[in-house]
Write a protein that binds this ligand. Structure first.
Ligand code: NAI
Length: 719
């Protein structure tokens, strides 16, 4: 819907009206088309101002309509009619002009933005291209290089950056609408031809061909198999080399090939999953809409190592005063220096002042008397963490929330060490914590809904995608990672190399294969966990076989590397070789290949060629199988929660939706059949035995992913 009013005598004001973001639904498109027609044909109207209700210009297409047959006027003819009209149209941009919303603004002859507005063409993040002239008009407005950047990344820009780039004509901190009306009056009667972007020549770099080739190469490297960014470059190439009408034809063809693609479906599923996870629920029936978060005015972080530093930075950047605590002055000074420089660097990137005054560094727990919430990030050691929680419980206010950043330990045991176990939850951040978007909020059996709501709300304030999950070893993300990593080392025993495994996973779309990640984060991290689980080290019963633990197959290769001091990048060697400790460029290591051969012969293992298909099926399907077990156990509320965790925290390629979505896309019967095949071939690996939920789903006719929750419910009701 669009409201038509006449103001200031000769100005037609068209207001888009479709809460919450005035998306361009069929009714809105009809409303705009009718209103523009009316304004153009009314002789008393000299100029038009286009705006959106409730301080939001337009958030773009109505994604819900994608799945339905198209009704109402098309976006392209509507936009073309605005541009071709003989009266000036001024876009008054408040809040957002995104996707179709920005394309609509580009059809207007002038654009005025409020300084808080954000603009962008995020279609690529939904597996699409801006196909209402965005790929053709934006390069004609701001030049090919700048347009290519915005279109291929989908990044949003502030009004000030938009002004610098030339996307908008004015930025104001006053009433945008009033300024737009004044402006419309001032330009009425001026020639419109130069303002029509479709008639302009885009400004191109001198060596256009090599520029576009370079851009395509970079996009292909970054996109890791995603087709939409490649189509974006092709569309911008059309803008740079073809007349407008032919460019529009190309844009339409490229969009047609993307619109029904599996990748676009996967990315749109990711988009909706992010919203679904915000509507969290707990098995107790507590939910996002019946549990009230408490305000957090002041927080604390205990332990300022890798994680604590990033968490403190995140809190400060969100404007929350923080007490940052280390155990001794020496560590505190090192951490203070590190945190301050991250805050300064981040502030500089954003063109802002660092909020250094918000952070107080201390080694005294007594400084935590006034805080509303504490996030503990000390070493991963249960006894130490319990001690810290006992102390926190006696120092902090009785109603302070006590959170742990543990990556796998039992949240319930920590809660038991406090006076108010209902106020204890996990807040599992990912490294680096001020950069990574994911937060797992872990509720134990005693965590109160208020504590979960508060942690979820805090996550939102920190700009995180927060997912509420149940308490078990490794929660959702790390629990699923274990069988995946195990398969990868079993494959080495059977004949693969780290390079082969990594290449298969990277071609699938992961930014890094499992062995490169392991070198980056340090092999000692997993070593410590395995020691804690009694899989290696002094906890192992004497005489136990090196390749069997707790009755199932075990691969000691990572432990052997650790024992030799090969901890990954930090020691200059791990699964790969680096030029120096701390080096980043991984090279194949002949030593490692020899070592693998010797290991196999020592254990009587026959190497066989491992295909890329086997790598993917064994690594990914064992991870997916654990995902089904997590659903069955009620640790995650639905497949969307698991997929969001994997896309935002574990580098799962968004154009493949997430592991559970991928299982549905491959076909659940296929996943089941492959798991059955591999578990028969490897009966000593229980993780390969198909989960009962997967079997049930297949028996139920493999329903689409949005129906899985119903099947899970029947499983739970029968328990
Ligand atoms: P880290 O070893 O880098 O830092 C731990 C810090 O805690 C050290 O600076 C140490 O001095 C301090 N500390 C130890 N005892 C203390 C005490 N009693 N009071 C105050 N400070 C104390 O460890 P990292 O990697 O930051 O991990 C911290 C926690 O976060 C662990 O539970 C870990 O499992 C978890 N985690 C780690 C991730 C990672 O990628 N490193 C990812 C997600 C969670």
């Amino acid at each position: 819907m669009a409201r038509y009013t006449r103001i200031a005598g000769s100005i037609a004001l068209i207001t888009l009206k479709n809460p919450p973001v005035n998306a361009l639904s069929a009714a809105v498109r009809q409303g705009i088309t009718d209103s523009v027609g009316r304004a153009l044909s009314d002789p008393e109207v000299e100029a038009v101002v286009l705006c959106g209700e409730d301080g939001k210009f337009c958030g773009g297409a109505d994604i819900k309509e994608f799945a339905r047959p198209m009704t109402g006027p098309g976006l392209v003819p509507m936009i073309d009619a605005i541009e071709a009209g003989e009266k000036p149209v001024v876009a008054a941009i408040e809040g957002v002009a995104l996707g179709g919303g920005l394309e609509l603004a580009l059809a207007c002859h002038y654009r005025i933005a409020h300084y808080k507005a954000r603009l962008g063409l995020p279609e690529v993040t939904l597996g699409l291209i801006p196909a209402a002239g965005g790929t053709q008009r934006l390069p004609r407005l701001i030049g090919v290089p700048a347009a290519l950047d915005l279109i291929t990344t989908g990044r949003h820009v502030s009004a000030h950056e938009a002004l610098k780039l030339g996307i908008v004509d004015r930025v104001t901190d006053r009433n945008t609408l009033e300024l737009a009306v004044e402006f419309a009056k001032s330009v009425s009667g001026q020639p419109l031809a130069p303002r029509r972007l479709s008639t302009r020549q885009p400004s191109c770099p001198t060596d256009l061909d090599s520029f576009l080739e370079g851009a395509m190469l970079r996009v292909r490297q970054r996109a890791r198999g995603a087709i939409a960014p490649v189509a974006c470059v092709q569309a911008v190439r059309a803008a740079a080399t073809l007349p407008f009408s032919q460019g529009m034809e190309q844009e339409k063809e490229l969009m047609a090939s993307l619109f029904t693609s599996a990748q676009a479906r996967a990315m749109q599923y990711c988009f909706f999953s992010q919203r679904t996870v915000g509507r969290w629920s707990m098995p107790s029936g507590a939910r996002w809409d019946n549990s009230k978060a408490q305000p957090i005015h002041k927080a604390a972080v205990i332990g300022l190592g890798t994680m604590g530093r990033g968490i403190a930075v995140s809190l400060v950047q969100a404007g929350i005063p923080v007490v940052a605590v280390e155990m001794e002055t020496k560590q505190l000074e090192v951490a203070k220096h590190a945190v301050t420089s991250i805050l300064e660097r981040e502030a500089q990137k954003r063109g802002k002042e660092p909020k250094l005054g918000l952070i107080h560094f201390s080694i005294d727990l007594q400084d935590l008397r006034e805080v509303d919430l504490v996030i503990e990030a000390v070493f991963e050691d249960m006894a130490l963490k319990k001690q810290v929680f006992r102390e926190l419980s006696s120092v902090c206010r009785p109603n302070a929330f006590l959170c742990t950043n543990t990556s796998s330990l039992d949240v319930n045991q920590l809660a038991a060490a406090t006076r108010m176990p209902e106020l204890v939850v996990g807040m599992h951040f990912f490294a680096p914590a001020h950069v990574m978007k994911l937060l797992e909020v872990v509720y134990g059996p005693r965590s109160s809904p208020v504590a979960v709501a508060t942690a979820m709300q805090l996550g939102k304030r920190l700009g995180k995608v927060s997912v509420a999950v149940g308490n078990c070893h490794g929660f959702v993300g790390n629990r699923m990672l274990m069988p995946y990593m195990e398969q990868s080392v079993f494959l080495l025993e059977e004949g693969a190399t780290p390079e082969q495994v990594d290449q298969a996973l990277e071609e699938f779309g992961f930014p890094m294969g499992v062995f490169r990640v392991s070198d980056l984060s340090g092999l000692d991290v997993g070593w410590k966990v395995r020691k804690g689980l009694g899989l290696t080290g002094p906890g192992v019963a004497p005489g136990e076989s090196a390749r069997i633990r707790q009755g199932r197959r075990y691969c000691p290769l990572p432990d052997l590397l650790c024992k030799q001091g090969r901890l990954g990048q930090k020691t200059g060697k791990g699964w790969y070789l680096y030029d120096k400790p701390g080096g980043r460029v991984a090279k194949s290591d002949p030593w490692l290949h020899n070592f693998l051969e010797e290991y196999r012969s020592q254990h009587g293992l026959q190497a066989h060629p491992v295909s890329q298909q086997e790598v993917l099926e064994r690594c990914l399907y064992s991870l997916i199988n654990e995902g089904f077990r997590i659903l069955e156990d009620g640790i995650a509320a639905g497949p969307e929660d698991i997929d969001t965790i994997y896309v935002f925290g574990y580098g799962w390629p968004p154009h493949r939706g997430g592991p559970m979505f991928h299982a549905g896309a491959v076909g659940l019967p296929t996943v089941l059949e492959k798991l059955e095949h591999y578990s028969q071939a490897h009966p000593d690996i229980p993780q390969l035995q198909p989960s009962s939920l997967l079997r049930r789903l297949v028996t139920a006719g493999s329903p689409p992913i949005h129906k899985w929750r119903e099947v899970v419910k029947t499983v739970h009701s029968q328990l």
